[in-house]
Design a protein around this ligand. Structure first.
Ligand code: 5GP
Ligand code: MN
Length: 321
């Protein structure tokens, strides 16, 4: 692996592309925007790419309108930063053109990261990719202005569930504190990220909760949502983010599993747990993630996908008892 030295890369390259994962979350979006703003301070050309469109709730972020969900017309090349992606499949169709870049720098905090970059800056002890970007920019003496600070705060508060998840460390809080000193308003951010939804989301939650099931021991809870249910409530898929927490939050439940069955025959699965490692469960099905939050997509008959997944988790829980 190449030694990572941002200042020498800045001397070497003028053309940068920042890519982040399909169905982007606050960490993916905030980290990318912060890194872009920093590279712009150095007068670099920076293109922001994400295979999905950006959820409406992030529209308050400075620079967010610059994300493209398609490859720009001109030839791509130069240096690519891939942020918050455990593997290149997370880039969906954008994976195809990764060989066009001269250098791929992988910056991530997933323990299932596949070290796919020419340079890999992967630290699973970091609560978010935003923390890693903060340290990178601070250590290279960038001006962490309000725009960068707000984007990083969104990244960090998003992946820690507003500093509630067990990935929150003293370092997370110290970084967040220094971002507040730059003028970030935590109440405003938490309102935007966690406490404000369109009516369609609540209608979809009502319908989703009707699908709640528990296994015999009561340790696994799941919900199964079909694409037609989204049409009925007028919701976008991104509005499902966070529904899985209602499952994990049930006192008796160890693992919450959220199934989203799409019209193309795929089922996007989100796992959350209190103590068991769900990243290894997600990996078994071709996905990945963190110990307490992971995901994957499985193709096949929706009912069979649900049965197969719940049976597998039940076996894992029996083994762990
Ligand atoms: P969520 O359930 O919120 O979509 O995802 C939870 C975590 O699992 C996130 O850290 C996300 O990066 C990871 N994750 C979700 N889906 C996939 C997937 O299909 N592949 C991989 N490698 N990780 C996933
Ligand atoms: Mn992340």
């Amino acid at each position: 692996m190449k030694e990572f030295n941002l200042s020498s890369l800045l001397n070497e390259y003028d053309n940068f592309t920042i890519l982040t994962h399909i169905r982007p979350d606050g960490d993916a979006i905030g980290s990318s925007l912060a890194l872009k703003a920093a590279l712009r301070q150095e007068d670099k050309k920076v293109t922001l790419l994400c295979p999905s469109s950006i959820p409406a709730k992030y529209s308050f972020l400075p620079g967010v309108e610059k994300f493209k969900n398609f490859f720009p017309g001109e030839e791509i090349g130069g240096l690519a930063f891939v942020l918050d992606c455990s593997d290149l499949d997370r880039l969906d169709f954008m994976k195809e053109k990764m060989n066009k870049f001269d250098l791929v720098v992988n910056i991530d905090h997933h323990k299932t990261n596949e070290q796919f970059g020419n340079v890999n800056l992967v630290d699973p002890t970091a609560a978010s990719t935003g923390e890693l970007i903060f340290l990178l920019l601070r250590d290279n003496n960038f001006d962490l202005n309000y725009e960068i600070s707000l984007n990083l705060y969104v990244a960090i508060s998003s992946d820690t569930g507003s500093f509630k998840f067990e990935n929150t460390t003293p370092q997370t809080m110290k970084i967040a504190g220094s971002l507040l000193e730059k003028g970030v308003n935590p109440a405003f951010v938490s309102q935007k990220l966690f406490d404000e939804y369109p009516l369609s989301t609540i209608l979809l939650l009502r319908d989703s909760l009707k699908t709640l099931r528990l296994n015999r021991s009561g340790e696994i809870a799941w919900m199964s949502v079909h694409e037609e249910m989204l049409k009925k409530s007028g919701s976008k898929p991104e509005e499902l983010d966070g529904f899985v927490n209602y499952l994990k939050n049930i006192s008796e439940v160890e693992v919450g599993v959220f199934f989203y069955h799409t019209a193309d025959g795929g089922t996007k699965i989100g796992f959350r747990s209190k103590t068991v490692d769900v990243s290894s469960i997600a990996q078994t099905f071709g996905g990945g993630g963190h110990s307490r939050a992971a995901g994957c997509t499985i193709y096949g008959n929706p009912q069979e996908v649900v049965k197969k997944t719940i049976d597998f988790i039940s076996k894992c829980l029996i083994k762990s008892h």
